[in-house]
Design a protein around this ligand. Structure first.
Ligand code: NOJ
Length: 468
């Protein structure tokens, strides 16, 4: 802790993130193939307020304006995702030239404005045509994903060098196919969810291999899972170890763990305690898949929003301290636990030994335009400052952290919550499509300009100053 500079390295990747279905719009059948979220949104009662992503932020038409806003914020990088059925309307086979051209133009626009694209191949907009054929449960699903990856890599890898295969498998399996709260709204058994998780890591591996073998420019790749993170209640060795166990354990519901997904991808094996279960549910030769699943990776991307406070219980086992009535929460109700970036980065680096990149972190807030036409969001400013301080502490302890992507670039379609949760640095009026930089966007610009030094200052002063 003694010799840290309080700033971040000059090559630190300062970015913001969004995903295709959540912002693009341009969803008519003449524009792209249908995805499971199109269908899910039409089912009464599944998405709050009956909202859908049909229009979203009209990003397909407004991407130039959006890139200018990113530039105004001083972003160095933008994490975007590609909509699979926009590229391949049926998931495989015939390519939609118009769809690919959109991503071509977006990438060119970003690069022309000095913003590096970090591309995620799958962020939940699964082609309906493939879902009808069994989706991720079909043994062919990993080959479908590889075929799609090849089309994208052939087209974009002369300019794109940063790749993520899959976003948050825990969530799209756990609540898309477990609880049924997300598309496609199914409630499968745990055995089926585990079979699906195997196909998903295999799809990751095949895609990673395609990227490595076919990219025209030397690629750097990772993926963007999410998972449970423990925060030690005190800095005693016992509590730290309990928080670590909580972070790398497989808990009651293994689908929510870091290691059900991280271990096969980074080690080529499942956590020991899950092996007997995998033996029971997977096909006989599953171990032969592991060489394909485990491809060389350049970094450990991870989405982290909140963590559980953990202390060592009896026998040193993790014991979660439930949040109290006074715990600060976002508009979504998620607890604000800034130390999670410090400990999440540390525990995941310890386990996987890859530089960490925070691929998402952010909060929803009840933001609106005030009488002066500004959107003042001091909570988000405070959230950013606190979380970046937490991340910096991990770096002080020699954990390599490459970058930070704030979720989200702009307010957007928050899945089952529709347009009711605003996560953006940019406010979007969903009726007029008017964009307004929030105070937090100016604050973040200042953070980027100062290599992070300003996170240590009084946040109200730095954001006000920057906005003038
Ligand atoms: C993670 C998901 O990747 C993203 O799509 C979502 O909007 C945020 N979490 C916030 O819930």
């Amino acid at each position: 802790m003694s010799n840290h500079t309080r700033t971040f390295p000059s090559d630190f990747v300062w970015g913001a993130a969004a995903s295709s279905y959540q912002i693009e719009g341009g969803a008519e059948p003449s524009q792209r193939g249908q995805c499971i979220w199109d269908e899910f949104g039409r089912r009464p009662g599944m998405v709050r307020g009956g909202d859908t992503g049909r229009v979203a932020c009209e990003h397909v038409d407004r991407y130039k304006e959006d890139v200018q806003l990113m530039k105004a914020m001083g972003l160095k990088a933008y994490r975007l995702s590609i909509c699979w059925p926009r590229v391949l309307p049926d998931g495989t086979g015939k390519v939609n030239e118009q769809g690919l051209a959109f991503y071509d133009n977006l990438i060119d626009e970003l690069l022309a404005n000095g913003i590096e694209p970090w591309v995620t191949l799958y962020h939940w907009d699964y082609p309906v045509a493939l879902h009808r054929r069994g989706g991720w449960l079909n043994p062919a699903s990993s080959d479908w994903f590889a075929e799609y990856s090849r089309v994208v890599v052939d087209r974009l890898s002369d300019r794109v060098t940063k790749w993520f295969t899959i976003n948050e498998p825990q969530v799209f399996i756990g609540i898309g196919f477990g609880t049924g709260e997300h598309a496609p709204g199914m409630k499968l058994s745990m055995d089926d969810q585990l079979r699906m998780s195997h196909n998903v890591v295999l799809a990751h591996g095949k895609s990673a291999r395609i990227i490595r073998e076919h990219a025209k420019k030397e690629p750097m790749l990772g993926w963007a899972p999410v998972g449970v993170c423990g925060i030690p209640a005190t800095e005693s060795v016992e509590d730290i170890d309990a928080a670590r166990q909580h972070t790398i354990g497989t808990g009651e519901n293994p689908i929510w763990s870091n290691t059900l997904f991280g271990d096969p991808v980074f080690f080529g094996s499942y956590p020991e305690q899950l092996e007997p279960r995998m033996d029971k549910v997977l096909h006989a030769g599953w171990r032969n898949d592991m060489k394909t699943v485990c491809q060389p990776m350049d970094f450990y991307g991870v989405n982290i929003y909140r963590g559980d406070l953990v202390r060592a219980g009896q026998d040193g086992k993790p014991s979660i301290i439930p949040p109290g009535v006074g715990t600060p929460r976002s508009d979504f109700g998620w607890e604000i636990t800034p130390d999670v970036l410090r400990w999440g980065a540390q525990f995941l680096f310890e386990r996987y030994q890859k530089p960490i990149i925070i691929t998402e972190n952010g909060m929803s807030n009840a933001d609106w335009l005030d009488l002066s036409g500004r959107v003042q969001d001091p909570q988000r400013i405070d959230y950013i400052a606190r979380h970046l301080r937490g991340l910096r502490l991990a770096m002080d302890d020699d954990i390599p952290v490459m970058g930070y992507f704030h979720w989200s670039l702009m307010d957007n379609f928050e899945w089952a919550e529709g347009y009711h949760q605003r996560f953006g640095l940019i406010h979007v009026d969903f009726v007029t499509q008017q964009r307004t930089l929030k105070s937090s966007a100016y604050y973040y610009r200042n953070v980027i300009e100062t290599d992070g030094a300003s996170i240590w200052e009084n946040t109200s002063r730095t954001s006000e100053g920057a906005e003038q």
